[in-house]
Design a protein around this ligand. Structure first.
Ligand SMILES: Cc1cc2nc3c(=O)[nH]c(=O)nc-3n(C[C@H](O)[C@H](O)[C@H](O)COP(=O)(O)O)c2cc1C
Length: 181
């Protein structure tokens, strides 16, 4: 194993954070947009989404403590998650761009659907939507781990998936009907 020549204050016990982030990227994930509603609606691209439990129905997402979205989630009782489909790389890039407009205007570029049970916007063209009530939150180092109880789930099959692997976004084409295992 090689030793990296970086100053000690830039290293953790796992080594150089830049290299660690690259290694985390070996784990391929889907891509979501987490949203909150209210007076200052916001969306944020997140690949940390995980399904957690069926009973109760729980999902989680990890949000950086320095994100504007972190403040939005801290003051919101509910949030939604849109799972992006194939062809939605532009949407993922938009909601990861810190220079996007604040408030409702940030949805103008991609459109928005109204939630049925929560006030958080949903992303048109997504492969699935989850509308959630905030259930618990846990300290996760430089992120907060938000668990949401799913109040409504909507599956929109046939839209494929947007994948994130080693820093690249790629489309997974929709499968023809009947191909699932
Ligand atoms: C594919 C992808 C996945 C991301 N996943 C996360 C994530 O899970 N949690 C997070 O806090 N930021 C994640 N980010 C970074 C945020 O989307 C980005 O920093 C965003 O601008 C932060 O939100 P803010 O603009 O509200 O501050 C991801 C970015 C990309 C491109």
């Amino acid at each position: 194993m090689s030793t990296l020549a970086v100053p000690s204050q830039d290293r953790t016990r796992a080594g150089d954070p830049v290299r660690l982030r690259r290694t985390f990227g070996a784990f391929a994930t889907g891509v979501t947009v987490v949203t909150v509603g209210g007076d200052a609606p916001r969306g944020m691209t997140a690949n940390s989404f995980t399904s957690v439990s069926l009973d109760p129905p729980l999902i989680l997402v990890c949000v950086g403590k320095d994100a504007v979205m972190h403040r939005g989630l801290a003051r919101s009782e509910t949030f939604s998650v849109s799972v992006l489909g194939a062809g939605q790389e532009g949407v993922a890039r938009h909601f990861a761009d810190r220079s996007r407009p604040m408030g409702a205007g940030q949805f103008d570029a991609v459109g928005r659907l109204e939630g049925l049970v929560c006030d958080a916007p949903l992303i048109p063209g997504a492969a699935a939507h989850f509308e959630c009530e905030k259930w618990r939150e846990y300290d996760g180092g430089d992120h907060t781990i938000y668990l949401g109880e799913v109040l409504r789930a909507e599956d929109l099959p046939g839209r494929g998936a947007l994948l994130f692997h080693r820093g690249r976004l790629r489309d997974l084409a929709p499968e023809p009907p009947g191909a699932a295992v």
